[in-house]
Ligand binder design. Structure first.
Ligand code: SF4
Length: 574
């Protein structure tokens, strides 16, 4: 084991008295006195759990993963209740999420709770650090950044022998955080005993203190007490909840762990800032991470300088990385100090020859731009604030600067979109590809996502296009792009529709997911049984219509969002 994954000073089993309501595992361990390595049910007189967990049998070797991990690591907390920090997707996806890693460090090092990681790989879940089954933990805390992963969250609980419905469950306590939990906590409310509404650094220290203090109380008293913590939403107990946000000075800039494998390769993740002030009307990240906060270049470079890893690759993270006022200086300095760079998408109007030069010297070969829509009119509707000139210029600059691959992101089914917008998108992408290739660029790829209305944005009132329209427009786009040499990624229309329903739905939408996953009903039967009409997704909402997430108070007022929605329908970005 590398030092970072070895529990420090906590090899003795915690002796918190709250264990008495648990599964019995803890009392037997207490009798044994010491923690003896990976859990087996047989040692504790419980049904046998093999040393090799099902994930390991399928080739996910947790010891191998731990051995290959790098970075500064995390000092494990010693206090109970014990927490499994679970990600409802694979190790690669979870560990590429900086928020997940930040919460892992926070719970262990600042809150002091013994916390282990767990990932859903399609079977019952075991913790990564000691191979304990999920149900052996007192608290299971999920990070849920994508609505589509709610079905995985339910499956992870169910397949791990934990009752998914909170009303039927005494323990473990199930907590849900992440962007979905603070955009709209209602679809997860049937499963979560509580949701963390806001940024972890602002909520978890007080939450952890209260959790330790009240852990021995009956569940109803525990939840009542926790509902007093700012940023905590307890379904059925809490009223209005104000989304909490943190000063970046108290947030660690770097991921504590360099994963053994990552969705974007092995790298240190560095947060350059939070929030975005551009106000694109479809973008949840642009609204719910306000206010905009940027990290000074010096702080970031200094933190990376002392970071212990032989992997000299850093991913620059944030909602609007290219808006960082010192981005070019950060890139230059990091390259000078021997770091390779990786970045998320850039705004086309922020791409300069100097920035591209710094990126290429940092071994960046692919640049991602997001025109989002094909016509100036539609880009005004979504308030993207990019002209065709900006986009073509960025493609030229990228090709001339030595970028080899251009990746473009766009949406279909946007409010007010017509077929001619789809044709214009194909034309724009062809022109950008031409500009890029004329300067030496080689590969161009287009990724298209159906527009999904998101809570807390001006488009929360917008209808989502139906399956037939979306599929027709994709076919149209494929036809227009034929022979262009531009690769078009597969578009998962049904998955996007499910995401839309779980994005704007209420508890019934969550229950439908439960019936689908646990009772194996088809989606059609599940919607009917839950009493939810999935077609509401396709109709525009009215001004005063009550929305499931109305009780979450964000920094942007509803009246402003409504004004923006009206402007969008008038096709203006003023
Ligand atoms: S799409 Fe990008 S630029 Fe627009 S608000 Fe979101 S993060 Fe900001």
């Amino acid at each position: 084991m590398r030092p970072h994954c070895r529990p420090k000073g906590n090899r003795r089993t915690p002796t918190g008295s709250g264990r008495s309501r648990g599964t019995g595992i803890y009392e037997k361990e207490k009798a044994g006195g010491r923690w003896k390595g990976p859990y087996t049910g047989r040692r504790l007189g419980l049904p046998h759990f093999p040393q090799e967990t099902p994930q390991e049998a399928e080739g996910v070797n947790r010891r191998e993963l731990l051995r290959k991990e790098g970075g500064r690591g995390v000092s494990f907390g010693t206090e109970s209740p014990w927490v499994a920090l679970a990600y409802p997707n694979t190790y690669e996806v979870g560990m590429a999420n900086l928020g997940f890693q930040q919460v892992f460090r926070l719970l262990n090092e600042e809150v002091g709770l013994r916390t282990e990681r767990a990932f859903y790989e399609g079977a019952s879940v075991f913790s990564l650090e000691s191979g304990l089954p999920l149900r052996a933990f007192d608290v299971v805390a999920f990070s849920l950044p994508f609505e589509g992963d709610l079905t995985n969250l339910i499956a992870a609980l169910h397949e791990s022998g934990i009752e998914p419905l909170s009303s039927r469950r005494e323990r473990p306590l199930v907590v849900v955080g992440g962007m979905c939990a603070f955009l709209n906590p209602e679809p997860v409310a049937p499963f979560a005993d509580l949701s963390v509404v806001g940024e972890a650094e602002a909520v978890l220290p007080e939450f952890g203190r209260k959790l330790k203090e009240l852990w021995n109380k009956p569940k109803s008293k525990l939840l009542e007490g926790l509902s007093d913590v700012p940023g905590v939403y307890v379904p059925g107990v809490s009223g209005e909840v104000k989304r909490a946000w943190a000063n970046l000075r108290i947030a660690e800039p770097l991921s504590p762990i360099v994963p053994a494998r990552g969705a974007f390769g092995r790298m240190v993740l560095a947060e350059v800032g939070r929030g975005c002030g551009r106000g694109c009307r479809f973008c949840a990240a642009g609204f719910v991470y306000r206010p905009v906060r940027v990290r000074p270049a010096g702080e970031l470079v200094e933190a990376l300088e002392g970071y212990p890893t032989p992997v000299r690759r850093v991913g620059l993270m944030g909602a609007a990385v290219s808006d960082h006022p010192e981005l070019e200086a950060i890139c230059r300095e990091l390259v000078k100090r021997g770091w390779e760079l990786a970045t998320s998408s850039f705004r086309a109007d922020m791409v300069t020859p100097e920035l591209v030069e710094a990126l290429v010297r940092g071994k960046v070969r692919t640049l991602t731009l997001a025109p989002e829509a094909g016509t100036e009119r539609l880009r005004k509707v979504i308030r993207k604030g990019l002209s065709e000139k900006d986009l073509l210029r960025a493609a030229h600059v990228a090709g001339a600067g030595g970028i080899k691959k251009l990746r473009l992101y766009a949406m279909i089914g946007l409010p007010t979109e017509e077929e001619e917008d789809v044709k214009a998108l194909a034309d724009l992408v062809r022109e950008m590809a031409g500009a890029f290739r004329s300067e030496g660029g080689t590969e161009v790829g287009l990724t298209v996502q159906p527009f999904v209305p998101k809570p807390a944005t001006p488009f929360q009132w917008a209808p989502m296009a139906g399956e037939r329209v979306l599929k027709e427009r994709i076919r149209l786009l494929e036809r227009y792009l034929r022979g262009s040499g531009i690769s078009l990624g597969r578009v998962a229309v049904r998955r996007a529709l499910l995401q839309g329903t779980l994005s704007i739905g209420d508890r019934r939408a969550g229950m439908a997911a439960y019936y689908h996953v646990v009772e194996r009903l088809s989606w059609r039967e599940a919607w009917r049984k839950a009493g939810w009409d999935p077609d509401v997704l396709h109709s525009e909402k009215k001004k005063d219509e009550s929305l499931p997430w109305d009780f979450v108070r964000h920094t942007t007022k509803r009246s402003f969002l409504w004004m923006e929605w009206k402007r969008a329908k008038k096709c203006t970005d003023d």
